[in-house]
Design a protein around this ligand. Structure first.
Ligand code: G3P
Ligand code: CA
Length: 299
């Protein structure tokens, strides 16, 4: 295990109060490619590749993780759901229709819900052709495969449990896989993992089961409610359309569940003007399908 793209923003993103010296940032071609390795942003907000580098490769696939790595981005975001036979897989929608060839492969299985298919069935689907013919071989990864690849790349993971209300107990299942795959050891907990969610109850469950894991709440709670969120989470991660400078300041003046300043990572920002505005608002991180565009805008 190694980290090729250590950035000063890692601990900031995690919500851990610490400072250290920046490694020199390599310069490279700005075009998204597998050859131009550059580091993510320095003093500006962290840049987090949403579903991997999903503007340039099929979302939530190993190819999108690898592309983010080769573009120089160490933080990737993903979405985790559960199959009929209890496997955890990385996919965003609660059906497989948009991002795989499931409708052609299993025409009589509408509405093609993730939870109605076995892991073995999902493993046979083409999860790349919808994005472009060169991605035909992409698959829906299991969480284990995904963690292995992120780890091998020396990257860090903003893991979202998607639609937890559909999958009772998925918090425990996810933590079990993380532990079995070595992601709950000290180095991962301290520097390479954040678990986020749109459900406050689910974030609370993760915090109760593993109080040492850094967590994030996806949404924009009213300012008056922020102190109650700070009891169980380290990050408030709102949609960019809902963010104001005052809101960012209101979050950041509180301490999160681990005693560090509560952080703000906003989503999903794919254009330079919005990235600059978010940066000026003082957000800690920007989640984006086009990490190169955001990096260039905020650096
Ligand atoms: O990480 C934030 C973002 O992923 C939340 O929205 O729908 O893309 O999972 P969504
Ligand atoms: Ca997500």
């Amino acid at each position: 295990m190694f980290s090729r793209h250590a950035t000063a923003t890692t601990l900031t993103l995690l919500g851990i109060g610490a400072s250290f010296t920046l490694a020199p940032l390599a310069q490279a071609d700005q075009a998204p490619s597998r050859t131009g390795a550059v580091a993510a942003s320095g003093s500006g907000p962290s840049v987090i590749a949403h579903r991997g580098a999903s503007g340039y490769a099929p979302e939530n696939t190993l190819a999108a993780v690898d592309l983010a790595d080769d573009m120089g981005f160490d933080w990737v975001e993903n979405d985790v759901q559960r199959t009929r036979d209890g496997q955890l897989v990385v996919v965003h929608d609660d059906t497989l229709a948009r991002t795989t060839d499931v409708e052609q492969r299993f025409p009589d299985r509408a509405p093609w819900r993730v939870r109605d298919f076995t892991g073995a069935e999902i493993a046979t689907l083409d999860a790349g052709s919808w994005f472009g013919q060169k991605w035909t071989h992409a698959r829906v990864p299991t969480l284990r495969q995904y963690l292995d690849r992120v780890d091998r790349n020396g990257q860090k993971l903003l893991l979202e449990i998607k639609r937890p209300e559909l999958y009772p107990g998925i918090e425990k299942d996810t933590l079990r896989v993380l532990r079995q795959e070595g992601w709950l050891d000290r180095s991962h907990i301290r520097g390479r993992l954040v678990m986020q969610n749109f459900s406050a109850d689910s974030v609370k469950t993760v915090h109760r089961l593993r109080p040492d894991v850094i967590t994030g709440f996806l949404g924009t709670p009213p300012v008056a409610d922020l102190p109650s969120y700070a009891a169980f989470t380290d990050q408030i991660n709102p949609a960019a359309s809902s963010v104001t400078a005052d809101y960012v300041a209101s979050v950041q003046r509180l301490k999160g569940a681990h005693g560090a300043r509560l952080k703000v990572n906003t989503w999903t920002v794919n254009d330079a003007a919005t990235a600059v505005r978010m940066s000026e608002f003082g957000v800690d991180g920007i989640i984006t399908d086009r990490p190169d565009v955001v990096r260039d805008a905020v650096d």
